[in-house]
Design a binder for this molecule. Structure first.
Ligand code: GTP
Ligand code: MG
Length: 234
């Protein structure tokens, strides 16, 4: 199976190289970075690395960036696609564990849960209000979708090719709710999901969303889940 790592990048100059260095190269066949019109030296730094780079002429947003990531990874023949944020908040060394259940045919999607990790996201210095928001949204999702997720806001996800070829991800938001909208589509298609424990790290150089981003994100998702529950529309 061909394993591709995709990195949606926006102003990741301070964290890109250490994220790349920690990727276990023997476990990965293709590394793709899509730059979302960064205003810093992200592209210059990326060009020094043996990876495939695509550059957006204008900023499309977290979700819009991912759409390009998955289009390119599938075009390049990937069988498993791992989403890895280049802000060094997720541990790249967990990639082999992330893809294993898919390689074994036991799961279609694997989520890296920061809440399953010993000490939870608190041990990674995730701000308390993000932890609270995450707990609220995850509980709400589980209540409405009948699922047992522990961290639906994770940005560390391994998709099998079959999933990305089946769900209409181009319909999803170009913003921060892309991942969760994809979760609704995956659940509604009956794909098998699995979670593994991953550490997180909230450092000063990491890209992070503001409080207002999180409020609008929570409201939009609460509406999307309710709409799905009431109408089946994903
Ligand atoms: N903020 C932001 N990030 C983008 C954009 N396009 C791509 N990204 C990348 O998307 C990833 C996630 O963005 P973050 O700002 O870290 O948001 P997040 O990880 O959901 O939120 P935190 O958990 O607070 O870090 C980062 O690796 C960014 O480099 C964009 O337009 N805005
Ligand atoms: Mg981040």
């Amino acid at each position: 199976m061909k394993i591709a790592v995709v990195m949606p990048a926006y102003n990741a100059e301070k964290t890109l190289e250490k994220t790349y260095n920690d990727i276990p190269k023997d476990a990965v066949d293709d590394i793709i970075l899509v730059d979302d019109c960064s205003m810093d030296k992200t592209v210059e730094i990326a060009k020094k690395l043996p990876i495939k780079i695509y550059v957006h002429k204008q900023n499309k947003g977290y979700g819009g960036n991912q759409k390009t990531c998955y289009d390119k990874a599938l075009q390049r023949g990937a069988d498993i696609i791992v989403l890895l944020h280049p802000d060094y908040q997720y541990d790249p060394k967990k990639i082999p564990e992330m893809v294993e259940p898919i390689k074994k045919g036991e799961a279609d999607i694997v989520y890296g849960s920061r809440m399953l990790n010993s000490g939870g996201a608190k041990s990674g210095n995730m701000p308390w209000w993000k932890r609270f928001g995450n707990f609220w949204l995850t509980s709400y999702f589980n209540l409405m979708l009948g699922t047992k997720f522990t961290d639906i806001a994770t940005g560390y996800i391994a998709y099998s090719k079959k999933v990305l070829e089946s769900i209409p991800y181009h319909k999803n938001s170009d913003g921060f709710t892309f991942d969760e909208e994809a979760i609704i589509q995956c659940v509604s298609n009956g794909f098998r999901t699995r979670e593994i424990a991953v550490p997180t790290k909230y450092e000063k150089d990491s890209s992070t969303t503001s409080f207002s981003d999180c409020v609008s994100y929570t409201l939009r998702l609460s509406y999307r889940v309710a709409r799905y529950k009431l109408t089946g529309k994903t």
